[in-house]
Design a protein around this ligand. Structure first.
Ligand code: ATP
Ligand code: MG
Length: 283
């Protein structure tokens, strides 16, 4: 049995639960329960505050956890990471009041900075030879300058709208983060095997999300060009159409290349291009 700790309620919760479900693992969850057991995989899920997850995994109270790298690094737990998960991407940034002069990180010398990440910020400032007074607060960091608690802040940003709304300007990126899977260092052989199975499923889900299944019709003369545009996993599947001189081609494309490739496919004579989502993709 593996115990997986995820955030009870917050920005990581929904994507963490969705990832587990997309791995084909079923469980009942209700908002007041603090743990639940999967019905078709030897997995118990604990619902915790994200700050507690690295410590619980380090101590082996939970075997696995899903947490932001920002929280993991702050807790000195980077060695626990087994896989980056690609969601909850954000950055830890320094920001100053919009009207304040700012040239470089040196401008923060001797200033007071409010943050929930004293460890990460301290490391960054030390690397730049800057000394500042850090005020560690656990939330609502962005109001610190307007209430006179600090002259600058260091907090998590994704779009920047919260900073803007509080009259702040983002000036430096201290750390880039995404959600990661972490594991306790002393898993048993059976648990390692379960973790492998889980990672295998997670990778299949992520690979599928990045890819699309594409089906199209093309004149036989265009086949060479189409094959060049659609290499596929091994090579595309080509089947003849009932109409002579035409073939149906099936392949997989990366989401990022998709628009670029479809316009080129049309240009070489492809027609009836269908694009379908892929649910799982095993390499
Ligand atoms: P808890 O009550 O569990 O301690 P919290 O308030 O500390 O929750 P959340 O705001 O829910 O934490 O954020 C959890 C994690 O989600 C952060 O540590 C970070 O990794 C990520 N995150 C935070 N803000 C954003 C954002 N705006 N966009 C994307 N990811 C974010
Ligand atoms: Mg927290």
């Amino acid at each position: 049995m593996l115990r997986l700790a995820i955030q009870k309620s917050g920005r990581l919760s929904e994507d963490s639960l969705q990832l587990i479900r997309e791995c084909g693992i079923s469980f009942l969850s209700s908002s007041y329960k603090l743990k639940t057991e999967a019905t078709n995989f030897p997995l118990e899920i604990l619902f915790l505050r994200d700050d507690d997850i690295p410590g619980y995994v380090q101590d082996g109270v939970a075997d696995l956890g899903i947490v932001g790298q920002n929280v993991l690094e702050e807790a000195d737990g980077a060695h626990l990471q087994v896989e980056a998960l690609g969601f909850s991407k954000c950055r830890l940034s320094l920001a100053v009041p919009r009207g304040d002069a700012y040239d470089s990180v040196i401008s923060l010398q001797g200033k007071s900075i409010a943050t929930s990440y004293p460890h990460l910020l301290g490391r960054y400032l030390a690397a730049h030879g800057v000394q500042a007074q850090l005020h560690t607060i656990s939330g609502s960091v962005e109001i610190a300058p307007s209430i006179g608690l600090a002259e600058a802040i260091c907090d998590i940003v994704s779009s920047g709208s919260t900073l803007l709304g509080n009259g702040l300007r983002e000036v430096e990126t201290v750390f880039r983060s995404e959600a990661v899977l972490i594991a306790q260092p002393n898993l048993s052989a059976e648990q390692k095997d379960l973790l492998d199975q889980l990672q295998f499923r997670m990778q299949a889900v992520r690979r599928a999300k990045r890819s699309k299944y594409i089906v199209l019709n093309a004149p036989v003369e265009a086949l060479e060009e189409v094959r060049r545009l659609l290499p596929g996993i091994k090579s595309p599947t080509v089947t003849p159409l009932a109409e002579a001189g035409w073939v149906s081609v099936q392949s997989v494309v990366e989401e990022d290349d998709f628009w670029h490739i479809t316009s080129q496919l049309k240009a070489v004579g492809a027609e009836g291009i269908l694009v379908l989502p892929i649910e799982k993709m095993i390499a």
